[in-house]
Design a protein around this ligand. Structure first.
Ligand SMILES: [Fe+2]
Length: 292
């Protein structure tokens, strides 16, 4: 089955750019491009032209998520599959492909109104990623850009849609304290996307968090020190997840959603993997710092 191969990029509309820039630079060492289109701030964290794009606007909102495919043929097959299932698919015009820095893309509305793009051929930068401060870089490549966790009105239906339309596979579930989280993968990374029910300030269609995976546990520890020193608001303290075994902490962004900064996520071998259900998201730590 033609499927997406990884999380490519994430775009958000934001109302207050300077604190965002401060956070991305100081905590995560991301590299801002100096050749982005007017009003858009693009950030690198590996060889890809950019992975995050922030557009200044009237509200703080997830704008789009881009999923990569390995071949042009897979892009055609996925577009046809969506059309057959009454999803209106647009082909990205030249200007849009230039802004996203990809060869070709299709765009459509996924569950809960999430603008979803599937692209072929990301533009790579011949200059190496130059982090804003000393760190070991990010684990991307064949594993794609970390993961996103999205809030779904009907997580079960949404999971079915992502599996049938985009070719995701089930990783596992964590059900705890009234939260139902389902984790899906499209490459060996334990999950590239997960869906949770609405909770606290998060409603259907919202981005709950994006996860960036550093190459070294020391990057996470140093990032944690920096967060504490700079009094960056935390959603969860340092801890380790039960299912993907990532060691991470969660910072609250100026837009309200979170960034998980982690290391050591387990990989999935589909030949032997068996999905299971966990009743706690943590092995230790990850104490919630916000009212739920
Ligand atoms: Fe996560």
């Amino acid at each position: 089955m033609a499927s997406v191969t990884g999380l490519g990029y994430v775009g958000c509309t934001i109302t207050d750019y300077q604190p965002w820039h401060q956070l991305l630079r100081t905590l995560y060492g991301l590299q801002r491009r100096d050749d982005s289109p007017a009003g858009v701030h693009q950030y690198r964290l590996d060889e890809q032209h950019h992975r995050l794009a922030l557009k200044e606007g009237a509200e703080d909102k997830l704008a789009y998520i881009g999923w990569e495919v390995g071949t042009r043929e897979d892009l055609r097959i996925i577009a046809a599959r969506l059309s057959e299932n009454d999803v209106r698919v647009e082909s990205g015009e030249r200007d849009l492909c230039a802004e996203r820095a990809v060869m070709e893309l299709i765009a459509f509305e996924g569950p809960d109104g999430v603008r979803t793009e599937v692209f072929f051929g990301p533009k790579l930068d011949s200059m190496p990623f130059c982090p804003a401060h000393g760190m070991s870089g990010y684990k991307t490549g064949d594993l794609g850009l970390g993961h996103v966790v999205l809030v779904a009105e009907d997580p079960e239906e949404t999971v079915k849609w992502y599996r049938e339309m985009l070719g995701f596979k089930l990783s596992d579930y964590i059900f705890w304290d009234g939260i139902e989280a389902t984790f899906l993968h499209c490459n060996p990374r334990h999950h590239s996307v997960a869906f949770v029910n609405a909770m606290g300030p998060f409603k259907a269609g919202d981005l709950n968090h994006i996860m960036l995976e550093a190459q070294s546990l020391d990057d996470i520890g140093r990032g944690y020190d920096t967060a504490l020193e700079n009094k960056v608001p935390l959603a969860m303290t340092l801890g380790r997840h039960s299912n993907d075994q990532t060691t991470s902490f969660y910072a609250v962004t100026p837009s309200g959603w979170w960034i998980e900064y982690g290391h050591g996520g387990r990989l999935i071998d589909d030949a032997v993997w068996e999905p299971k259900m966990y009743s706690s998201p943590k092995l230790w730590g990850h104490a919630r710092q916000l009212p739920s």
